[in-house]
Write a protein that binds this ligand. Structure first.
Ligand code: GLC
Length: 446
């Protein structure tokens, strides 16, 4: 063992110093990182968009895997992909009206089809009946609405001939065994795929101007899986940071042991309750309206307006972001269910977005009363009380005495009278419930 490592280990065991720093790829300081991520931490709410050939079968973006569909059998979707109603300006307007401040679109999903005009493949939108670079139009439309622009890019690729068959590949063996995989992977060369992946990520980060966020998906190391060595994650992330120094990158490259290998964690489809354990970390939860990311015609377990609000508010109340997904149809539109959900969020956000943007969890001295959740804007010195269960008449704010100056509804700035209660308590007087599923009280904090 090198002498100074031995020394630091001894000091550490003696409790005199902390463990040697984690591995690092670059030399960004924590302050610089905080600055790089400032817009994202402020904005809190984004739109995820999963769009690809899987919109045609319309039964989950993993349909190729679930039904073990071969390239040949999947080809019909490529030949029929003709999104005649695609209007990214309409998408961007919807996102904006719902209060979403950034967007992430699948430039390529696991199926391997690229929405952009890559020079490294023929399996792309420009060669399908769509005949255009859909990524370019998306970028332009969202930027024009003042929405920050991001890409999702799948590390996994079920179409590329050099991508080796693994345990989530549609052509995986019926029974796992080394010989079965060896036989299936004869002639496939991951080194070539690695280069392809590197080249395509380079393309999307050099052709469309400043890209604000990149979502790479996903690693599954272990037996018959894939991880950092398969993707060439270190080299890839270095290239990403070189091409787009301001970009924010997710945590799915399998680089968790690098201090700067991850910008944010991505709890996927977790419940509001589970979000509580992420408090204090840097994170964004991604969620679907229903169970599927891609357009799924027959999926009927759509979240209610209240469940969506709960996810948004509970994310911010625990210091995180919400990336809410839409799966446009094969004709290129958001369907009626998605529009309805977005419109209802827009109605609430129009009146209440101040409790979301620039907010995080409340300081320690404030406890959320039963049936409420708190968010806090430190710069504005405002505390936001979200009334999930609307109280009749009065709400007791225990321990708030001397800490708040004024109270009003957020949606109309109408005063809510405060009275002194028992020791340390403040009583908030409330009228009949206003026309918001979850009304918000704004408290001016001393
Ligand atoms: C999962 C799925 C994928 C989806 C993603 C979003 O990793 O494989 O279909 O794109 O989650 O977080």
């Amino acid at each position: 063992m090198p002498k100074n490592l031995y020394l630091s280990l001894l000091l550490c065991l003696a409790g005199l110093t902390s463990l040697p720093a984690q591995k690092k790829l670059g030399n960004e300081t924590p302050e610089q990182k905080q600055q790089r991520m400032a817009w994202w931490t402020h904005d809190r709410f984004g739109m995820f968009i999963h769009w690809g050939l899987y919109a045609l079968p319309a039964r989950h973006e993993w349909v190729r895997n679930y039904e073990r569909i071969t390239n040949e059998d999947y080809e019909k979707y490529f030949n029929l992909f003709n999104p005649d109603l695609f209007d990214p300006k309409a998408w961007a307007k919807k996102a904006k009206a719902a209060g979403m401040q950034y967007a992430v679109l699948t430039s390529k999903h696991h199926e391997g089809f690229t929405l952009f005009d890559s020079k490294y493949t023929d399996y792309k939108a420009t060669n399908s009946p769509a005949k255009r670079d859909l990524i370019k139009e998306y970028v332009e439309a969202f930027r024009a609405e003042g929405i920050k622009v991001g890409f999702y890019y799948s590390l996994i690729d079920w179409h590329h001939p050099d991508y080796t068959i693994d345990r989530v590949h549609p052509q995986r063996p019926l029974k796992d065994s080394d010989t079965a995989y060896e036989r299936l992977n004869k002639g496939r060369d991951m080194a070539k795929y690695r280069e392809y992946l590197y080249n395509q990520v380079t393309e999307i980060l050099t052709r469309y101007g400043k890209i604000d966020i990149l979502w790479l998906d996903f690693s599954f190391p272990g037996k018959y899986g894939k991880g950092r060595d398969d993707w060439g994650s270190v080299k890839l992330l270095e290239q990403i940071r070189k091409l787009q120094p301001g970009i924010i990158v997710d945590n799915r490259l399998d680089l968790n042991d690098y201090e700067d290998g991850v910008d944010f964690e991505t709890p996927e489809q977790v419940s509001p309750k589970e979000l509580e354990k992420y408090k204090g970390k840097t994170w964004e939860t991604c969620q679907t309206f229903s169970g599927s990311w891609g357009y799924h015609r027959d999926e009927n377990t759509w979240k209610t307006h209240r469940q969506l609000l709960d996810l948004l508010i509970t994310s911010v109340a625990n210091g995180g972001n919400l990336l809410l997904n839409v799966g446009p149809t094969a004709r290129g539109e958001f369907d009626a269910r998605a529009n309805k959900a977005l419109d209802s969020l827009g109605y609430w956000m129009h009146a209440n977005s101040k409790s979301i943007y620039g907010c995080t969890y409340a300081p320690d001295g404030f406890k959320a009363p039963e049936g409420t959740r708190l968010t806090y804007n430190a710069a504005a010195k405002r505390l936001y009380l979200h009334l999930f269960d609307y109280p009749a008449g009065t709400l007791t704010l225990s321990g708030y005495a001397g800490k708040i100056k004024y109270a009003q509804f957020l949606h109309d700035n109408s005063e809510l009278q405060l009275k002194t209660g028992n020791a340390g308590d403040v009583l908030l007087t409330l009228p009949a419930k206003p026309a918001y599923d979850i009304p918000v009280v704004e408290l001016v904090v001393d």
